[in-house]
Write a protein of this length. Sequence first.
Length: 376
Amino acid sequence: MSLQAIRYTRGSLDVLDQLRLPHEHHYDAVHTSEAAFDCIRSMRVRGAPAIAIVAALALAVELGQAQVGSTVAEAVTYIDGRLDYLYESRPTAVDLGNAITLLKKTIRSVDNSSSAAAVVDAYVAEAEAILERDLKSNLAIGSHGADWLVGAASSTAAPAPISVLTHCNTGSLATSGHGTALGIIRSLHERKALKHAFCTETRPYNQGSRLTAFELVYEQIPATLITDSMAAALFHLKKGAYNIAAVIVGADRVVRNGDTANKIGTYQLAVLARHHGIKFVVAAPTTSIDLETPTGAQIKIEERKREELTQISGPVVVDGVVDTSTTARVATADQRIDVWNPAFDVTPHDLIDVIVTEKGVVEKNADGEFDLTKVF
Ligand code: MRU
């Protein structure tokens, strides 16, 4: 069974604390909008789909206890206020905004002559459907992406297994399960079409070394961890021996022309992939697509605190053994240095070969443009 970041049954939501991974498995009860906001802002849960799911479900749990009024209008006002608050937790990923738009539309579909309880019921059903749809989406993305990669790597009937590089964490921990980019890797592995997976450390937050490396080890997928700065050397020196065919990444926001915001460091990998003749694949459920924003220039990029670059924390290692009972925070830089810490960057669409959605693989037309409207 794959790792589960989100455990939900009606009336109860538990979220795996990803700050403690890979050394400790601790679930927090997240039963209010405030708890969800804190969980998302502090990165105890992260990854575009997981953020949206946790926000939606935490409010579903809260509504089981909340005084939302008695009329439809009162309940809609209450829920709108909570959703507007949750929207502020993290700005770049569009999944949360898309989920909020959908949930607001759902509660407005309840007949005005009905009751507040009917609004709550409609909200809870839609929030639960978001969770269910995400898992189905991920499985479909895995399958479409693996089909495309196997076809793109070779035209022969029995192509040689390929190796891929991934960045950040896009697996079970970032979603309801299976994952997007990591879901494609998982699907390739299941089909015996994967030779090797490389994952980047993903500085400064280390989602690659802390989370993706953990998922790959957990799933027994042959894999190697590299620092972000080793990608060019990897492509230059190991592409042939490993048959490295693709860089596969997730997305926080894919805008109308295909420009894609994703974890900082994604853009440089796209440049390197193009230089080395390696395919660059974005895995994005339609919940990560934003047709309202025309190009990447309009995407708001979250900037995070300086300490993420100048300090690091984790369990101490004593004589080669990790001691989870003692954590330490250590300095990795002169604490006076100025710091710039954008959490995401934008990869221009011309560097992206395909965008894999749950509806299928979107390739560029003859003019080199993506038409993402066709997946809706
Ligand atoms: O800051 P994070 O860890 O939330 O960033 C996550 C990413 O950039 C992922 O690649 C993206 O959200 C897709 S997760 C399926």
